[in-house]
Design a protein around this ligand. Structure first.
Ligand code: GLA
Length: 718
């Protein structure tokens, strides 16, 4: 998996289908040679770096005069050299200089993958074929060591990167920027695929050509954000969902990030991602070290779906943790859209009674159960049950729900504080920022300063106390505003504090399933998935919108991580009315549930719900662990098709959805992928059979002549 060709100074990192290759030029500069399809051997670094000198470029003092660092592909590029492209690292030394001189200083290969201290990351388990290369770069001038780590997940086909900086001088150094990856990829005519949107319009797929100059994505919201996800893919213009080369870059971090591609005049693409440097500043004292968050790289020559499948398996199995990682999860009823703040225990128990008749497993009580919170202007921070609403307390309610045969779950928004709360009255300085700046409210609320240990401890103890007070088996952890007016450098410190809080609470409560949420998918990122294995995908529960939202999300994240509910019609966000079957078929590919007042459902709807729950329970394994092929995109047409294929290729489920029909439209042939060409597949519960080759080369016919139509076809290999 990791090989060093000493003679030519070339490192080879190899997974099942990928090579990542670096070379050390003149024993000094670490260059990037290749990331993509497998290459067993490169004769010499000069075979790749042929275009090494240009007019107006300084010849590097660290190399011989044949090379200009500004035009050769580098693996990491600290500021202060003759490479004048986007720097990966900006340090300011005690003498105010920012010029460093990092030189290659050796490597180490370790079995497995060391944990990243205090940060979320992918991991390996005993028996996994994973090893890690750590390359050391040394700046003797300033007494700084830089360690670039590469973990090679052979079977998972992924490579992760991270960076550690160590101050071995006797003076402090200021870190102004520390990206987690830099890859200079040469001469490819790429498109960049990003996931963009806004609240309720989370993670729509955008494709753009690269321009000369920078194409970048970022967040300055203190969260990874609804607007741009910390993920992008690069793909050749001819790459489709099922063929061609695709390169994925995913950042395991939940705060401000920046990433992108800088294309130069010689068609070199500098790919980078890391913590957003606009408001980042950390002081590294003598003897200290700093670790930047992880980046996960996935390359596939089987198109964008091929790239997504790499992320899906890795994130499902080696990013998510805990006992729920591999468990089929409960089908739930959440009361938010059913009642909003207007409920009491009687109403909730009545909703649960009907939920039981619908064969649901879990009731989640959403916002409004604590303090005096009958509206969104108060009580955040006061995690004490409102006995006017819930007369038997949480324990009493949990018991009533459990007696009905359902589990009980609860909503929290632990990182927030309302001005009208006992917590604020006791600790006004816990609000962020404190001091002379009065922060601006958003949804009437403010953020607790989780960079402070005593505030972290309050959140840990208050949430754990509620969890210990009743049989609570599920937590929805919300975060309903962006950060603003934060002191310089504060958002990074906050996120590190948040990770401590989440690690502590989730490990103290291993039998509780945690779902993260930030007004829907405002923190749908790999960092959060490390602590909480599912996310409320979007505050928009309209099925038609959800088709696009879930499709976009699946670029990087598996359907097993997406909370998806059937809600009432007309839909509360769009006022659109869609049929029950369509709402069910859209929601059931994710972590399925209902979000409405069950007591208002008709007999017919209750029967349809029971049927949907039964269908979901039969199919959820393949939706959540099967290989995904996206066959028709909502961003490119009027119909959507998804194929889920079991790992053994014996079961295949095709989900077909029509948004709006065009009158008298032609039937649509959808070609399947990945089947056993010689196998015979039967449409479940019918006598229709097809050859695997027929399904892949000719296709399955679907009729798009109805608005909001959905069909789920189950094919079983005979
Ligand atoms: C956020 C969540 C919703 C709901 C409300 C409650 O918007 O995304 O699902 O929990 O908060 O205030």
């Amino acid at each position: 998996m990791i090989k060093f060709d000493q003679k030519n100074s070339i490192f080879y990192l190899t997974t099942k289908n990928t090579s990542y290759i670096m070379g050390v030029l003149n024993d000094t500069v670490l260059t990037h040679l290749h990331w993509g399809g497998k290459i067993a051997h490169i004769d010499s670094i000069e075979t790749v770096i042929t275009d090494a000198k240009r007019g107006m470029c300084a010849a590097s003092k660290r190399l011989d005069l044949g090379y200009c660092e500004d035009v050769i592909p580098l693996e990491y590029s600290p500021y202060g050299t003759t490479d004048l492209r986007e720097p990966s690292l900006v340090l300011r030394y005690a003498d105010k200089s920012a010029v460093g001189d990092f030189r290659y200083a050796g490597y180490e290969i370790v079995e497995g993958k060391p944990a990243l201290c205090g940060l979320p990351s992918t991991y390996c388990e005993a028996g996994d074929s994973v090893s890690t290369l750590i390359i050391k770069l040394e700046d003797k001038l300033n007494g700084i060591n830089l360690y670039l780590s590469y973990s090679v997940f052979d079977e998972y086909d992924a490579i992760t990167r991270s960076v550690r900086l160590e101050n071995v001088s006797d003076a402090p150094v200021e870190i102004d920027r520390i990206f987690s990856a830099n890859i200079d990829m040469r001469c490819l005519d790429f498109e960049i695929i990003t996931l963009e949107g806004a609240w309720c319009r989370d993670r729509f797929v955008h494709k753009n050509s690269l321009l000369n100059g920078n194409v970048s994505i970022s967040s300055m919201r203190g969260v990874s954000g609804h607007n741009r996800n910390p993920f992008f893919a690069l793909a050749d213009k001819n790459t489709t969902e099922t063929q061609g080369e695709a390169y994925g870059v995913s950042f395991v971090y939940s705060g401000n990030f920046e990433g992108g591609v800088q294309k130069d005049a010689f068609n070199s693409n500098r790919v980078y991602i890391g913590i957003n440097s606009t408001d980042f500043s950390e002081v590294l004292n003598a003897g200290e070290s700093f670790t930047a968050p992880e980046v996960v790289l996935a390359y596939s020559d089987e198109g964008l779906s091929g790239m997504s499948r790499i992320y899906h398996k890795l994130y499902r199995e080696r990013l998510c943790r805990g006992i729920f990682r591999d468990k089929e999860r409960d089908v739930l009823i959440n009361n938010w859209e059913g009642t909003y703040f207007n409920f009491d225990d009687e109403k909730i128990v009545n909703i649960a009674k009907v939920a039981k008749e619908m064969n649901l497993d879990l009731l989640v009580l959403d916002d409004g159960w604590f303090g005096v919170r009958d509206h969104d202007r108060c009580s955040l921070g006061d995690w004490v049950v409102n006995l006017n609403k819930l007369k038997g307390g949480l324990d009493g309610l949990a018991k009533s729900i459990n007696d009905l045969g359902l589990r009980f779950g609860l909503w929290f928004e632990p990182e927030m504080i309302s001005e009208d709360s006992d917590l604020f009255r006791a600790h006004p300085d816990w609000r962020m920022p404190s001091g002379k700046v009065t922060p601006s409210p958003s949804r009437w609320q403010y953020i607790l300063d989780l960079s402070r240990k005593e505030v972290q401890d309050y959140v840990i103890e208050s949430v754990c106390a509620v969890l210990a007070s009743a049989n609570i088996e599920y937590v929805k952890w919300d975060f309903n505003r962006n950060m603003a007016e934060i002191p310089y450098g504060g958002t990074y410190k906050y996120i590190v504090g948040l990770y401590r809080v989440m690690e502590e609470i989730t490990s103290r409560n291993p039998n509780v399933l945690f779902e993260s949420c930030a007004s829907g998918g405002g923190r749908f990122d790999p960092g959060m998935l490390h602590y909480m294995p599912q996310v409320w995908t979007s505050d928009c529960s309209d099925a038609l919108e959800r088709l696009s939202i879930q499709y976009g999300t699946s670029m990087c994240y598996p359907y097993s991580t997406m909370g998806a509910h059937i809600s009432a019609v007309p839909n509360h966000q769009t006022r659109r009315t869609t049929p029950f079957g369509f709402r069910a078929d859209v929601a059931m590919v994710g972590q399925f549930g209902f979000e409405l007042d069950t007591t208002k459902m008709t007999e017919e709807e209750l029967q349809l719900s029971r049927d949907a729950v039964a269908k979901y329970k039969k199919l959820r394994e393949i939706f959540h662990t099967g290989d995904l092929y996206r066959l028709k995109s909502p961003f490119e047409g009027n119909t959507v098709a998804l194929e889920f294929l079991s790992q053994d290729k014996n079961k295949c489920v095709v989900c077909y959805y029509v948004e709006r029909c065009h009158c008298n439209d032609a039937c649509e042939l959808i070609k399947l992928h990945g089947l056993d060409a010689n196998g015979v597949y039967r449409v479940e519960d019918t006598d229709k059979v097809y050859g695997g080759d027929f399904l892949m080369k000719y296709g399955l016919d679907f009729d798009p002549n109805m608005d909001y139509k959905s069909e789920i076809v189950v094919l079983i290999k005979e």
